[in-house]
Design a protein around this ligand. Structure first.
Ligand code: 5GP
Length: 189
């Protein structure tokens, strides 16, 4: 993913030793060509996993998620962070601590979109401590479905999420791994 690496290095803004801002191509303005490439790359990496659904979390996971679902020819579900008035049916709920907002919130998915037998690929924009990915994985497991893998656009490898998810037995594929954000500089693994 040469294009993604270039974008991260050229357009990423180091907000602190811990936080990278990528609002010019992923978190605010979005680059569709890049999203399409990301989707194709996740589809290639997880081609042998018989994926039946892609699951992400609103809002920044939706663009890479929908392109991955398109490339795999399956549906995308996004977990909602706020309860919607139209989400009246039975829901799966999990509590997730938000890394960027520094607060816990409940994420929800309608029970009608996940079922036993589904093999679910979880996709998200960033991986830090793994809270969002673990929350999504717990929803998949509540449904009696299986987590077939986790695809991350940017992993901050100096934070523990990647190791914790691997230790829990999940296959994690990150397209870019950031080794350090120290001294205002982005260093990749
Ligand atoms: P985790 O749940 O793994 O602790 O954190 C991942 C979630 O927090 C992602 O869904 C992402 O929205 C947000 N996040 C964590 N670290 C960063 C970061 O450095 N930059 C941005 N833009 N989002 C982040």
């Amino acid at each position: 993913m040469k294009l993604l690496v270039e974008k991260v290095l050229q357009e990423g803004i180091v907000l602190s030793d811990q936080v990278l801002k990528v609002d010019s191509f992923l978190n605010h303005q979005m680059d569709p060509e890049l999203m399409l490439e990301i989707g194709r790359e996740f589809a290639r990496l997880f081609a042998g996993e018989s994926i039946t659904k892609v699951l992400t979390i609103e809002s920044s996971g939706i663009a890479p998620g929908i392109m991955t679902a398109l490339a795999l020819n399956v549906r995308l579900i996004f977990a909602r962070k706020r309860k919607s008035l139209t989400l009246t049916e039975d829901i799966f709920v999990e509590k997730v601590y938000s890394y960027t907002k520094q607060e816990s919130s409940e994420i929800t998915v309608s029970r009608k979109f996940l079922e036993p037998g589904d093999r679910v690929l979880i996709v998200d924009d960033f991986l830090a401590n793994g809270e969002a990915a673990f929350g999504l994985a717990r929803i998949v497991e509540q449904a009696g479905a299986e987590v077939a893998g986790i695809g991350i656009v940017i992993e901050k490898a100096f934070q523990p999420g990647g190791r914790l998810l691997a230790d829990a037995g999940y296959r994690v594929e990150s397209l870019v791994r950031v080794a350090s954000l120290a001294n205002g500089t982005i260093e990749l693994v």
